[in-house]
Unconditional design. Structure first.
Length: 528
């Protein structure tokens, strides 16, 4: 049994924090009330390795950066013998810690149930709808109307932020209107509403008013709910298994990590489940951000320079030294020079250009360092890092002509993103002196993907009013910015929230700029 499986089995026997014990008491009370007063009980339950419900209802456990799975479990404890023909359930979860990846129909819904679907009402909300007998069809067998067991399985990606270990973010049932979290009887003459047990009432929800009802369908308070949670377990495995083959810190992991900086998250697509990205295996310091310092630390670890302790153990603090980076285009090439009071252990630069054809970058210092460069879609990405065959490379303190990239043509270029770290992996503050860019319109945000915040830059050709809108994949506007500025570079900071301050879920968004009679758009990726 490997260490990860040992931890999973050991910690599945109980919750990580005192809050879990309180929740068990609530669940026990809910079960008692349901047996005597309510014909139905609906719970969020944990799932075992075979996706079977853990009963009595228990919390799910998952490591940071992994998938946590829960089930929606229904039990017709003994009330209505006629059964139900429809359900509509609204689930809420913490989008800061969980990202919904998949919703699947559960085995507790017999194949005779003719309709099952889900949708996202708002960030952090999932609505489940099921109908046993659609109008106009052949009526199902009578037993179809008595679902028992799992009616849905839901997979969440758990935040890789090591500081969140030990928390148990809830997945619960929340109601905002009288049609949330209700069951309809088989004959359609009774609407089973919550008793209030285990329910999270939203703003404006009044259960008593819902029970007054009216019309041909009689509302009855007869459904008990019990919430669940996904407890984020601590991991004692080091980072470094970027290709997820079970071996940490091999040369293939380093190559894949470098390719991520060059080509973005698409390099992980062949890896597939269980993770959408191996974020946790790359974030060696557990700060929720993957940067060049994590790569340098992994290379040192690979060669035994300074092995990592438990995930989340602190790496060297950010260096008190700053590094000055100057660059210019002269003699048909981009030239980069550094001046630093500390030894530089890693450097990542992203330039945006137009009108040029960029060649392969070359490194000018005999420092045991390697360099990679990729020029694609108007972006030039440079990565300077320790040679994995030695691991002891560095750019010595002082002033050095560091990188040259041949350029053909006549165009514009600007530095869009940069980060550096010292030999020990501590981040370095970069002071940059840039050339004079002349590209106008919306530029790519940085960082991208982003977590806590990103900067959306654009360049105005002349004094103009401008409007910047953020759209989700459905085309809906979730955030807007506007203003008027003189010609030049304008930068808008966005923290991943809506115009009302609500946090948005992980996913793909689009920035759209209207300024000076022109319009442009860029793709943004939010990763929680």
């Amino acid at each position: 049994m490997d260490q990860r499986e040992f931890l999973r089995r050991r910690e599945s026997r109980g919750c990580l924090i005192v809050g879990c014990l309180v929740a068990f008491l609530v669940l026990g009370a809910a079960g008692s009330a349901a047996a005597s007063d309510a014909p139905y009980r609906v719970c969020i339950v944990g799932l075992d390795a075979n996706d079977q419900p853990v009963l009595p209802p228990d919390y799910t456990h998952a490591f940071a950066g992994e998938l946590g799975k829960v089930g929606v479990w229904i039990d017709p404890i003994g009330g209505s013998a006629q059964g139900i023909q429809r359900f509509e359930l609204l689930l809420c979860y913490d989008i800061n810690l969980l990202a919904c990846m998949a919703v699947k129909r559960g085995a507790g819904l017999a194949s005779g149930w003719e309709y099952f679907t889900y949708r996202y009402d708002q960030p952090g909300q999932i609505r489940l709808i099921g109908v046993a007998d659609l109008p106009g069809g052949v009526p199902p067998n009578a037993d179809v109307f008595n679902p028992r067991g799992l009616i849905a399985r839901i997979e969440f990606y758990v935040t890789p932020d090591a500081s969140m270990m030990g928390l148990c973010p809830h997945v619960s049932f929340c109601s905002y209107t009288c049609s949330d979290n209700v069951l309809l009887s088989r004959e359609g003459d009774s609407l089973y509403l919550p008793t209030g047990t285990g329910l999270t009432p939203g703003s404006g929800y009044d259960l008593n008013a819902c029970l007054q009802g009216g019309g041909p369908v009689a509302p009855v308070a007869s459904v008990d709910f019990c919430p669940g949670a996904i407890c984020i377990n601590p991991s004692y495995l080091p980072c470094g298994d970027v290709n997820l083959n079970g071996i940490h810190g091999e040369i293939a992991d380093i190559i894949l990590f470098c390719n991520y900086f060059m080509y973005g998250p698409t390099v992980f697509e062949p890896i597939g489940p269980p993770w959408p990205y191996p974020w946790y295996e790359m974030d060696c310091d557990g700060d929720g951000h993957v940067g060049v310092s994590d790569l340098v630390t992994m290379i040192r670890m690979f060669l035994g320079g300074f092995p990592l302790g438990p995930a989340g153990s602190p790496k060297p603090a950010p260096s008190a030294n700053s590094t000055e980076l100057t660059w210019n285009v002269s003699g048909g090439a981009l030239r980069v020079r550094t001046t630093s009071a500390a030894d530089i252990g890693g450097l990542r630069l992203t330039y945006r250009y137009s009108g040029y054809e960029a060649g392969d970058a070359s490194l000018h210092t005999e420092s045991g360092m390697s360099i990679q460069s990729v020029a694609t879609e108007g972006e030039l990405r440079l990565l300077v890092y320790p040679d994995p065959t030695t691991g002891h490379g560095m750019v010595p303190a002082g002033s050095h002509d560091l990188v040259t990239v041949p350029l053909k043509g006549n165009g514009t270029i600007e530095l869009a993103d940069q980060e550096a770290c010292d030999y020990a992996g501590g981040s370095l503050a970069l002071q940059t002196a840039q050339g004079t860019p002349r590209e106008y319109g919306l530029l790519q945000n940085y960082p991208n993907p982003f977590n806590a915040g990103t900067v959306i830059p654009f360049r105005l050709e002349r004094d103009s009013e401008w409007k910047l809108a953020i759209h989700n994949v459905a085309g809906q506007v979730v955030r807007t910015f506007d203003g008027r500025d003189a010609a030049g570079l304008v930068q808008v900071a966005w923290d991943g929230t809506t115009s009302t301050g609500a946090a948005l879920a992980s996913g793909v968004y689009f920035s759209r700029l209207e300024a000076g009679g022109t319009m442009s758009s860029r793709r943004i990726v939010l990763m929680k």
